[in-house]
Design a protein around this ligand. Structure first.
Ligand code: FES
Length: 396
């Protein structure tokens, strides 16, 4: 094989040319403008479009408040500048809310359809929860005309045709109905292509929210079916009891070719996880939407409401705040008015990632989404981490 070599004379020529061009280059540098180069978001059209469709934060105005059931309200929110970030059915909005000295972030699944976002509109529904801090505050304070600040939609509780079966059996409990309502609307508007069989559980008929809307979509669209399941009393036209393996088998395709999507309270998940196991579905066909990590998780792990000290190191500055072993590290930060980036509050998104410097913590397997390297090198997601005693963490 012949090896091609560069003649020596051409190398000398290149060197000479470079040396000769130096004065002109220095001249260009001296004449150069000291104005900062535009950010890629301003420079390229594709980035401009992406930034307008997915702004990092949004200012929303409460346009309408509807009472759904006792302590469950639906809020129609309109983007102040008329442009709401687009989303996929099943995603959520995280709101940043300041209550007294606490800076809190809470995620609420979007109940409206992705098409509504193109008209600057979102709908979310908020239910009062026992010992809930923010939900109660929203229900008592958000009125028409109020301003709310939200991040762009996020979340992975979405239908993926490459992963999920063509038929999804949706299981909703309480406020967990909202992502399914969005999905049903998206099916009806043909922005999603799947069959959805929804099993919607509530205590009584009057606890069922959005029933008329769900019934209207089901009557008009063969790809969506809804079955209501009441846990109290007997009533014609409803299933009764709790949603478990038998009820799923009754409505799911007989050939077993389906995915399960579940969204509801922690108590429902505790029951449902065991029931779903009986069905023997492959792991990828079972999806549980995370709804935050609560005291129930801490209790399961034997943690009590014992107090502890959390030392917070923020870019070299240190402060010591109060914590509780049955409350997450994020709750301690929020109560102390220390803001860190937060979205899902369920361990999934990684926005709150912080370094555990010292002390012992508890992280439940069901909410431990850390990368293996992060877990090895002592990083934690404070939103799903409970202190077992005094700890020290580095934030930001
Ligand atoms: S806020 Fe998402 S992981 Fe903590």
């Amino acid at each position: 094989m012949k090896i091609k070599t560069t003649p020596l004379s051409s190398g000398i020529k290149d060197f000479t040319n470079t040396v000769l061009s130096l004065p002109a280059r220095f001249g260009d540098v001296a004449k150069a403008s000291d104005k900062q180069a535009p950010a890629p978001t301003e420079l390229f059209q594709v980035n401009k479009v992406a930034a307008s469709l997915h702004p990092k934060t949004q200012t929303l105005v409460v346009e309408k408040v509807e009472i759904l059931t006792d302590d469950f309200k639906c809020y129609t929110l309109k983007a102040k500048d008329g442009k709401a970030a687009y989303f996929r059915a099943g995603q959520y909005l995280s709101f940043q809310i300041i209550i007294g000295n606490s800076v809190c972030t809470r995620a609420y699944s979007i109940a409206s359809s992705p098409k509504d976002a193109l008209n600057g509109i979102y709908k979310i529904a908020v239910k009062r929860v026992d010992d809930g801090f923010v939900s109660g505050w929203i229900l008592d304070n958000w009125k028409e005309g109020c301003i709310a600040s939200a991040y762009a939609p996020e979340g992975t509780f979405v239908y993926e045709p490459l992963r999920d079966a063509k038929t999804v059996v949706g299981i909703a409990g309480g406020s967990g109905i909202t992502p399914f309502l969005s999905l049903a609307k998206a099916i009806d508007e043909r922005t999603e292509n799947l069959n959805l069989i929804l099993l919607y559980g509530a205590r009584t008929e009057k606890d069922l929210a959005f029933k008329d809307e769900l019934d209207t979509i089901a009557a008009a669209n063969g790809s969506f079916k809804v079955v209501y399941v009441l846990s109290e009393g007997k009533q014609k036209g409803y299933e009764h009891g709790f949603i478990g393996a038998d009820l799923i088998k009754k409505y799911a395709p007989e050939n077993g070719d389906y995915s399960i999507f579940a969204c509801g309270p922690e108590a429902m998940y505790a029951f449902l996880r065991k029931e779903v196991e009986v069905l023997g579905l492959r792991r990828k066909f079972v999806r549980f939407e995370m709804q935050g990590v609560s005291k129930m998780t801490a209790k399961k792990a034997g943690l009590t409401d014992e107090t502890c000290k959390v030392t917070v190191i923020d870019r070299g500055e240190k402060c010591v705040i109060d914590g509780k072993c049955d409350e997450t590290v994020l709750t301690a930060l929020e109560k102390a008015g220390i803001a860190i980036p937060v979205r899902c509050r369920s361990g999934e998104c990684g926005f709150c990632r912080s370094k555990l410097v010292s002390g012992e913590v508890y992280i439940d397997d069901s909410s431990d989404y850390r990368r293996i390297a992060d877990a090895q090198f002592g990083y934690i997601h404070p939103c799903c981490t409970f202190p077992k005693g005094d700890i020290s963490i580095k934030i930001n």
